[in-house]
Design a protein around this ligand. Structure first.
Ligand code: KG4
Ligand code: ZN
Length: 336
């Protein structure tokens, strides 16, 4: 079923064509340059930029796949969670196309799409442990089958990507900070600054990043107040903070694997691009003889392919959404 996926939940507009699980095109219109001067995503700018980019993004996605508008057989679109204005742009565009082309559409949950993005390039075996690590999420899920998902634990405050972005901003490194910290860490000493692994009362599968973020800010303030600022300070802080974030995520996964039996593990979301995290989780899974499904970086950050890929699975199972489907900014996935 030739499915067009539309992702517009935050600051990237992405569209992709997927057919029988194969990605034929995946085109992203990035807004990073518009938000960078503000040090973070400005919701109104995001939705307005989405509106302007709709037509050209669709054209590129069709061209890359060598297909025309009339070839599209179904639509999948992110309807939750995210910035409400951004979600509404993609959702209404999908509805308009569905109405005009007389084809079905399905609304998909952004985080569920991230989890399944790991299987665009890897075989899928249920049940799997799904780990979503992005700018808005650090959540662990047990996935039994399509749509049968249980939330096992999550961060109680900042998401991993959010903490990386905030510390990068405080260091004056730019936005988004995650990839910058990833690169700068190569030049720094990860042992230069120490951070304690957070312990959270809610339970072993819960974590927190606000404590280590505050600790990083303390270190930065102390350095700024000292008469002689070390030339290596930013790189050392980047490497030490990245190590703390990665270690916290590793501990969370170790605990989840100790609690339950999984056939495989899927790690997805923008932070899954992080090279240190990829290496460490690979080693962790190898030791336990577990297959780790890690998407290529282009499928880790927000992308239309994951939306089309998951949407096609639901559509093939006979599910569609009504034209009245609303955007939901805060809908959680798999909560009891
Ligand atoms: O999944 P995503 O594109 O959007 C959300 O749904 O949040 O994730 C964006 C997050 C940002 O916080 C960004 O800094 C982080 O992913 N990120 C990274 C890397 N690339 C993107 N974090 C660490 N290392 C990277 N290489
Ligand atoms: Zn995302």
């Amino acid at each position: 079923m030739l499915t067009l996926g539309i992702e517009s939940s935050c600051d990237d507009l992405s569209m992709a064509l997927v057919q029988e699980g194969q990605v034929l095109s995946n085109v992203t219109s990035s807004q990073a340059a518009y938000h960078a001067p503000h040090g973070g995503v400005v919701p109104e700018i995001a939705s307005r930029q989405h509106l302007e980019a709709l037509e050209s993004t669709l054209e590129f996605a069709l061209k890359q796949a060598g297909r025309s508008l009339q070839d599209i057989e179904a639509l999948a679109v992110t309807y939750a969670p995210g910035l409400v204005g951004s979600l509404l742009v993609g959702l209404n565009f999908a509805k308009a196309l569905s109405f005009a082309l007389k084809i079905p559409f399905i609304g998909v949950h952004h985080i569920e799409a991230h989890l399944f993005s790991a299987f665009i390039e890897n075989p899928l075996n249920y049940p799997f442990l799904g780990f979503a690590v992005s700018g808005g999420h650090t959540h662990l899920y047990q996935v039994e089958s399509l749509g049968k998902i249980t939330l096992l634990g999550h961060t109680v405050d900042d998401a991993a990507g959010e903490a990386l972005d905030k510390v990068a901003k405080r260091l004056g490194l730019g936005y988004p900070g995650g990839p910058i910290i990833d690169r700068l860490s190569e030049e720094g000493d990860k042992k230069a600054f120490s951070f304690a692994i957070p312990q959270v009362k809610a339970g072993p599968l819960y974590t927190s990043f606000s404590g280590i973020k505050t600790k990083a800010v303390d270190y930065i303030e102390k350095e700024e107040a000292s008469p002689k600022v070390s030339t290596h300070f930013k790189a050392d802080m980047a490497a030490s903070f990245q190590e703390a974030v990665v270690r916290s995520l590793e501990v969370l996964m170790e605990r989840a694997l100790a609690e339950k039996d999984f056939k495989q593990v899927a790690v997805a979301g923008g932070v899954a691009c992080n090279r240190l995290l990829r290496n460490r989780l690979q080693t962790l899974c190898q030791k336990r003889n577990l297959n780790l499904a890690l998407p290529s970086p282009r499928y880790c950050t927000d992308n239309g392919a994951m939306v089309a890929f998951l949407g096609e699975k639901y559509l093939t199972a006979g599910l569609t959404s009504p034209i009245s489907l609303n955007a939901q900014a805060r809908k959680t996935l798999g909560a009891l």
